[in-house]
Design a protein around this ligand. Structure first.
Ligand SMILES: Nc1ncnc2c1ncn2[C@@H]1O[C@H](COP(=O)(O)OP(=O)(O)O)[C@@H](O)[C@H]1O
Ligand SMILES: N[C@@H](CCOP(=O)(O)O)C(=O)O
Length: 355
């Protein structure tokens, strides 16, 4: 019996001005506890795989390996390598503490863990981390979450200009990359291989005095919905505003001791947050009302990913800062008793396979 654990961090994408570019892996981990019993030459499980699940989304996430995002992604990797099923018999126990649809990269973590699962059960040791990134980008098409979850730390991610043929390949509809389960019928068709080197990343320094407070309201915002509210184009002043700040952000967050005024300035955004505040009542008021002058220990604040989680950076006074943000969220939400949880998180290592 072979067994191993795949551990993948959650992530906070964008971090102010870095829409679709910057990602921060944080210390809450999706774990896949995998066993492969190759002595069982036949299996009555669909695709030879049994899934069990605990944690966020328990009872809600589908445990059919043809439907579950993690196993569908693993199958995509396997099928690109002429393997149509999981090895007999695979058991994947998913432990998920990452809340779903809250802007903490649950789907990015699921995609990265799924790609790693495909690599491990398929014996595909030639797949490097960079190549795994290509597979992730065929599924989650913005690179910030999957880049952070795969490589870890505070990362800048970018997509390489592709040849017209490769552009056509990465624009293949997701339904062809991860075919919907057609009544369990396996057509035998090989899915499209990812082009090589779709995305790249660079690691930025992060000074250890800075902690990330995630304030997580008890409602969901689906990422695709939060992308639909964004405009198709931007004014030059708004683009220049973000460019000026993104040039500061990686330096500002790497400096020790941190410079609160610089960080506060560097975390402002005009590309996604102003449009998403309709989905996250109180976001604008939080951003406008908090500063290092008014709030002890506070460095800056932004929407985490597509929201609704709010990410505040601070050196101390975590409870005071989180409490103020929770109060504002309740003040502007229809539900004045809106439940919110908060956690102080640290930058995390990337995806690991533990044997
Ligand atoms: N551990 C998981 N197992 C299976 N599917 C998952 C898992 N985590 C997330 N997902 C899928 O991703 C969806 C959430 O993705 P998304 O809207 O992008 O929000 P998030 O900000 O949490 O990434 C869930 O509704 C679910 O379909
Ligand atoms: N850059 C993306 C990030 C989405 O992150 P998620 O954690 O909400 O899935 C965006 O802002 O749309």
């Amino acid at each position: 019996m072979e067994s191993f654990v795949i551990k993948t961090p959650c992530s906070s994408a964008n971090i102010g001005p870095g829409f679709d570019v910057i990602g921060l892996a944080l210390s809450v981990y999706l774990e896949l506890h995998v066993t492969v019993d190759r002595s069982k030459t036949t299996s009555d499980q669909p695709l030879n795989c049994r899934i069990t699940y605990e944690g966020e989304g328990e009872g809600e996430i589908d445990l059919d390996p043809q439907v579950n995002l993690i196993t569908r992604v693993a199958l995509y990797v396997l099928r690109c390598h002429e393997q149509r099923f999981f090895p007999s018999e695979t058991h994947v126990h998913i432990k998920n503490p990452i809340p779903l649809g809250r802007g903490l990269g649950s789907s990015g973590a699921a995609v990265v863990a799924g790609v790693m699962l495909g690599k491990e059960v398929g014996g595909l040791s030639h797949l490097t981390e960079d190549r795994l990134f290509d597979y992730c980008l065929m599924i989650e098409r913005h690179p910030d979450n999957v880049g952070a979850a795969l490589f870890g730390g505070f990362v800048g991610t970018y997509l390489k200009p592709l040849t017209p043929e490769d552009v056509a390949r990465v624009e293949i509809p997701l339904s062809e990359v991860l075919p919907a389960p057609a009544g369990g019928v396996d057509t035998g068709e090989r899915p499209p291989d990812p082009p090589h080197g779709i995305g790249h990343h660079i690691k930025f320094p992060w000074t250890k005095e800075i902690k990330a407070i995630a304030i997580i309201p008890d409602f969901t915002v689906a990422t695709h919905r939060a992308r639909e509210v964004l405009p198709p184009s931007y004014s030059r002043p708004d683009v220049v505003f973000n460019l000026q700040r993104i040039a500061l952000l990686p330096v500002a967050l790497g400096q020790s001791p941190p410079d609160p005024e610089l960080i506060h300035l560097a975390m402002q955004d005009k590309v996604h947050q102003p449009y998403r505040q309709t989905l996250i009542p109180g976001l604008n008021e939080i951003v406008e009302s908090m500063s290092p002058k008014t709030d002890d220990g506070f460095l800056g604040v932004c929407l985490s990913g597509a929201g609704p989680t709010i990410l505040a950076l601070a050196t101390h006074n975590f409870e005071g800062i989180a409490g103020k943000i929770v109060d504002k969220l309740r003040q502007f939400n229809e539900n004045k008793d809106l439940k919110c949880t908060w956690k102080v998180l640290e930058p995390a290592e990337g995806t690991k396979v533990i044997r």
